[in-house]
Design a protein around this ligand. Structure first.
Ligand SMILES: Nc1ncnc2c1ncn2[C@@H]1O[C@H](COP(=O)(O)OP(=O)(O)O)[C@@H](O)[C@H]1O
Ligand SMILES: [Mg+2]
Length: 248
């Protein structure tokens, strides 16, 4: 089975990557109820969609439940039964996954995740090529910049203003962890299919633990990097792409 579920089971088999995966199940009424009661907050995502489309978040709050779709106002439900019925309707019989919600680190009260670009170079070797933070738009449950209305920040700013708390060594340690994990993901990805560039999305939680959210392959956005004021990474990405295309 392809899609988000297929990729999840594929990465689960790699012992270096498995500890970074949030618990994920195929959506079904009992899987949903079980995860919601254990984690108190879950994401429900269409198996095959991209760019934040169709994503829902459900969580416990004030003795009841809330549900939010991509953006906007949360709806309130009194019982697990009623929120469950509502999600079931929204899912419309299409394949979905249900996943534990990661308590993402925040800057200025908005959660962010991290995009790491891995690209093949002129010798066809995977190379780390840049990373940045994607900050969620106001009251958005997703950090996808276009659909979620968010913005980008240099990675150092996001980390130092949240989990690294201004500590240079903490920040550098996390950046190294992200790069190392990304090489491991490229290794594993090679067994899935050939691709020349992948954009890996990680969440960092409030304890500084890294989580793998998604691996975008074939056409990961370069434009995200053009949004940074400093164009160094964007130029590197464009140059590496040219090197790859002109490889012999
Ligand atoms: N388990 C999760 N915990 C916290 N945030 C999540 C989780 N899953 C998704 N998100 C948020 O939603 C965004 C979109 O999810 P993703 O799985 O990348 O779907 P898509 O393929 O539609 O981009 C992520 O970039 C992240 O901001
Ligand atoms: Mg995504």
């Amino acid at each position: 089975m392809p899609g988000k579920w297929g990729l999840h089971t594929f990465y689960q088999k790699d012992s270096r990557i498995a500890p970074m995966l949030p618990e994920t199940k195929r959506y079904g009424k009992s899987a949903f109820q079980d995860m919601l009661s254990r984690y108190g907050s879950v994401y429900v995502k269409p198996n095959m969609a991209h760019m934040g489309k169709g994503i829902m978040k459900v969580w416990k709050e004030d003795g009841g439940y809330r549900m939010l779709r991509v953006k906007g106002k949360p709806r309130t439900f009194a019982t697990a039964e009623s929120v469950c019925g509502h999600v079931l309707t929204a899912v419309k019989g299409k394949a979905h996954i249900v996943q534990q919600a990661i308590p993402l680190a925040e800057v200025n009260g908005r959660s962010y995740d991290i995009r790491v670009m891995m690209m093949r170079d002129g010798r066809n070797k995977w190379r780390y090529s840049g990373m940045l933070a994607k900050v969620a738009g106001s009251s958005s449950i997703i950090t996808n910049v276009r659909r979620g209305g968010g913005y980008v920040l240099p990675i150092g700013q996001a980390l130092s203003r949240s989990v690294a708390k201004g500590k240079q060594d903490e920040q550098k340690k996390l950046e190294k962890e992200l790069v190392d994990a990304s090489y491991a993901i490229c290794d594993r990805f090679n067994k899935y299919k050939y691709s020349s560039q992948i954009g890996i999305d990680y969440g960092v939680d409030r304890d500084g633990k890294l989580w793998l959210i998604e691996v975008n392959f074939d056409y990961p956005s370069h434009a995200l990097f053009a949004r940074l004021r400093d164009k160094t990474l964007y130029r590197l990405i464009k140059r590496r792409r040219r090197d790859y295309k002109n490889r012999r």
